[in-house]
Design a protein around this ligand. Structure first.
Ligand code: MG
Length: 264
């Protein structure tokens, strides 16, 4: 892992793709250095787009939260795993395709908005996000559908989520249960896969070599950024980093977004 060296080592920053939780805020609290840096980029005309594995909030929810912190964003600046999942399904399935959804209302809304039919009858795809009302019956329907030929897709592979008092199982933990029972490998939509990064790049219209990927987690944010060919920056304001030699290291490690040279 490399500490920030000299400003000359940084690429020219034309655009920014960034994670949210642990980078822009922690829970309900803004990380002020990050908010101010994004404000500087906005004033300098450097476009940015946020990518979040969390499928339980809509892009509108994220916009309201960021606006509350003083960040000037619209839904076009936010890529969620729920909306990306719906778009990914539509790439290979026509309107009206039957989808079984395990997840929050925001995931169901994204699937409906993509003109897909939500049903537990003979689905072609089972999509799973974080569902805090998970039941054995939902798991049974999912496993049975997959054994009868449905494709299994997960919004994200996150196993563990921090809570104010400790941790809770993430979407990836329950996804793993279904995948294990049905003996299939799920398609993952969120980071560390590149689907959301590619969606963000399309919106920014910037060259990947001069676009930054900023995140607080090496297994998801940094792997996705590196796989997509972006200069990938770990900021140590979120989840404590894990040292896993099998993972690609970040290009830079910083403790504040203010350490990023932002002139163009
Ligand atoms: Mg994060």
């Amino acid at each position: 892992m490399v500490e920030i060296a000299h400003a000359l080592d940084w690429p020219l920053v034309e655009g920014v793709v960034s994670d949210l939780d642990g980078v822009v805020y922690r829970g309900k609290t803004a990380i002020q250095d990050a908010v101010e840096t994004f404000q500087v980029w906005r004033a300098a005309g450097i476009p940015y787009c946020f990518v979040t594995n969390n499928s339980t909030h809509s892009a509108g929810d994220v916009v309201a939260k960021l606006n509350g912190f003083g960040l000037d964003v619209t839904e076009n600046n936010v890529v969620t795993s729920a909306v990306t999942a719906a778009q990914l399904i539509r790439k290979s399935h026509p309107a009206g395709t039957r989808i079984y959804v395990i997840g929050a209302p925001s995931l169901k809304q994204a699937i409906s908005d993509a003109e897909l039919e939500i049903t537990d009858e003979k689905p072609a795809v089972v999509i799973m996000g974080l569902d805090r009302e998970i039941t054995h019956e939902k798991l049974r329907v999912a496993v049975d559908a997959i054994l009868k030929g449905a494709v299994l897709m997960g919004t994200n592979p996150d196993l563990l989520l921090p809570t104010p008092t400790g941790f809770e199982p993430g979407a990836g933990a329950i996804l793993t249960a279904v995948a294990t029972a049905a003996r299939v490998k799920p398609i993952i939509v969120g980071k560390p896969e590149v689907h959301m990064i590619e969606a963000a790049l399309m919106r920014l219209g910037t060259d990947r070599a001069s676009t930054l990927m900023i995140g607080d987690q090496i297994p998801t944010d940094i792997q996705a950024g590196k796989r997509a060919g972006l200069c990938s920056i770990l900021v140590t304001t979120g989840v404590p980093p894990v040292d896993d030699p099998t993972l690609q290291p970040p290009d830079f490690v910083i403790s504040s977004l203010k350490q990023i040279p932002s002139t163009r």
